[in-house]
Design a protein. Structure first.
Length: 233
């Protein structure tokens, strides 16, 4: 499985199909961010910035998944499926896209730390290590939720589940928009929690979104792998 995923990553890098996803994430985080600063309120710059960079993982992960699933020529895909099995080949492609999107997410966390800074006391300006660590933990959890949602969208709205390019693009766009703005979406719920001025405990605010995102992720990957096996069988 690791060799298959490495093959998919190398194919993605050589095809340069990762560039649109990188541009989407870069523009979304660095260009449209602006969540930090005084507008976010004291102590809210870092949580708001981390939440925004996490939200941008939804379209980026979905696009990366589409890029990986459509980068391989049909002949090469058939050879890989015959050698390793269609299910393993499909899961390796989805895993390669997920790992690539995770790199974006880590870069976003580093960017927010560099631009928003650590949490400091309002009077003494001393670094609040505990508060900073808590904000980082919540930010990483939110990024994980958005990463899983984006990966699930990419798995359900692209080949082999939806093979027609136009229908695939429309379905991906609609699903990404719903994942970003629909209040029922675990990504939206997790990000709204990050913008709250009085954040509740992690288990209360992010526990349910994590469970829902994991369930959606597992279901989407299972459907994608099953459809790949059926169409190759």
């Amino acid at each position: 499985m690791f060799a298959l995923a490495r093959y998919q990553v190398s194919l993605l890098l050589r095809s340069h199909r990762w560039i649109p996803a990188a541009v989407i994430y870069l523009i979304g985080v660095a260009g449209l961010g602006g969540a930090g600063g005084s507008a976010a309120g004291h102590g809210m710059a870092l949580p708001a910035g981390l939440s925004w960079s996490a939200l941008m993982l939804v379209p980026s992960a979905a696009w990366l998944t589409r890029s990986v699933l459509t980068a391989e020529p049909p002949a090469a895909r058939a050879v890989v499926a015959a050698a390793a099995g269609p299910r393993r080949a499909q899961l390796a492609a989805l895993g390669a896209a997920l790992c690539s999107a995770a790199v974006f997410g880590l870069a976003g966390v580093i960017w927010e730390l560099a631009t928003c800074g650590v949490v400091r006391a309002q009077v003494t300006n001393s670094v609040l290590i505990g508060a900073t660590a808590a904000d980082l933990g919540r930010g990483l959890s939110t990024a994980l939720i958005c990463l899983l949602v984006g990966s699930a969208i990419g798995a359900l709205c692209n080949p082999p589940v939806i093979s027609r390019p136009a229908a695939s693009m429309l379905a991906s766009t609609a699903a990404v928009v719903l994942g970003l703005v629909w209040s029922v979406s675990p990504a939206n719920a997790a990000v709204r929690s990050g913008y709250s001025a009085t954040p509740s405990p992690w288990l209360t605010s992010l526990g349910v979104p994590v469970v829902v995102a994991l369930a959606l992720f597992a279901l989407a990957w299972s459907i994608s792998a099953r459809v790949a096996a059926r169409r190759c069988g």
